[in-house]
Write a protein that binds this ligand. Sequence first.
Ligand code: M6R
Length: 618
Amino acid sequence: MCGIVGYIGKQKAAPLIIEGLKRLEYRGYDSAGVVVLEDGAFNVAKKIGRVANLEGEAARHHFHGTFGMGHTRWATHGGVTDANAHPHVSSDGQIALIHNGVIENYATIKKFLLGRGFTFKSETDTEVLCNLIAYHYAKEPPAAEGDSRFVESVRKALHHAEGTYGIVVMALAVPGELVTARKGSPLILGIGDGESLVASDVAAIVSRTQNVVYLKDGEIAHLRAKDFSITTVASGEAAAHVIDKVNWSIADAELGAYAHFMEKEIFEQPVALENAMRGRFAEDGSTAQFGGLNITANEFRGIERFMFCACGTALHACMVTEHLIERFARMPVECDYASEFRYRNTPLYRNTLFFVKSQSGETIDTLAALREAKRKGYKVLAVVNVVGSTIAREADGGIYQHVGPEVGVASTKAFTSQLLIGAMLALYIGRMRDLSFGDGVQIVNALKGAPDLVRRVLQQAPHIRAIARRYAHYTDMLFLGRLSLFPIALEGALKLKEISYIHAEGYPAAEMKHGPIALVSEKCPSVFLVPNGDIVNKIISSMQEIKARKGPVIAIASESVELPAGLADEVIRIPECHDAVLPIVAAVPVQLLSYYIAVERGCDVDKPRNLAKSVTVE
Ligand code: M6R
């Protein structure tokens, strides 16, 4: 959840590192720090708060060296203080370390080190690991050629570290070299022209190079400006690697004319949907096709049920997919929070196909669910946005979302593209079973029309903004929907609470009278999702129940729905559309409403408090 950037080259390191940290700030933003090895010493600056604070602090340090590393922290062990910020330097002054993850046995290691004269300035597990590396470094005999004891001391320390880590290490005696290793926390090497970089996210280094190596769990890399080598943490044997090319540029991760990344990403959705569906419809126009599933049509036909796991917004996308697979393919589907699945002993039937969804491809709970399902012998497919991410690599096959970098902590374009891919998957599975050619063609045409329908909803942004102004002062809100729009109600509530800090709950509209109705008063508005369909009158009845209790009502209703006069205080219209597309179209107004309410309240939309873009700790 923290951000890592390291640089070795000819340029001044600190400005490059700080620039990279700014691009990673969305991953965690409690504090930030940078270290440059210059004039035979570690020059360290660290500061709580945003990277901008670090920039101010850095100015006083007069950094000039060409080799260093930096970190943005999302606190796990120890409060948000300058002392707890990374980098940490060992008490003998020899080793500097930045770290993402959690060293679970830090207390035992700390006790061991205290007994050997090491001292500690912070409350962090990272400082413990830093001193453990220093301990091994001091013990390791100098090598005949080069200073391989640097790598060896990191390797030895990691043999004793339990938990997760993505680390970058510098040694005072070894300028111009970085050692980096991972277990459960992403790290990417950037292979530049006469310079090497390392980062926890491509966004931090893509301005300098598009040639990257995705480090794998259990690997340790040794970087110099002009070369690098990768070995295994366990045995020190050379590890094979490939140099990949990043298929997006720095411009894709820039704000442009928008005020926030969330706003930009909401408005990018029509194009994101076009990219997610490109080349993925079969020639006969009646079904979808996917390149990377790594499962034959015959194997697919043998599947009898599906299990979906994910977290947060991605789980809401799974719930919509569940609905559509049941509908188009008439097959049983189960969805679970990845964090629960990993510890539950869920009985899985033999012919179950397991799916995970994750924008980042790094969410630790989703990754753990994937591993648990694989361990039990199931094939796991993944819907992932970030190419080369851990989940993408560990899954047996899958579907990339192709929506480009999503920077806003609140997921938007990744969500709607997951909805789209879920609908395509339901269509694909349905067409292998009983869904007719004609129904397939209808769904394909509907999905192809989704980007334009979303464009139409986006044109209502000024109207939604005006509503947001009238509702921004409330402290509680309900989001109510049914069937495939129940997960959209959950998503609306999640969006609102994460970026505006308004307490919000998502509920199936009819379930509301079994509890949440107690919250309803003139102080608690309800947002209703009202598509035209078999049960539209039931939803209207639920709205009447709210109105009878003086609850303000915002209706997000299909164009053809006739709402009784005076029932809704505000109405946002969405175009008529096929059920496969409805959740996508209905998601956009709840995103806009939450966004504008948060802006109205003066919230830091792209960096909401306590959150991080990708949650890589349990
Ligand atoms: O990267 P992932 O899709 O695995 O992330 C899962 C959740 O952490 C994420 O969707 C989270 O709920 C977002 N902040 C929602 O906007």
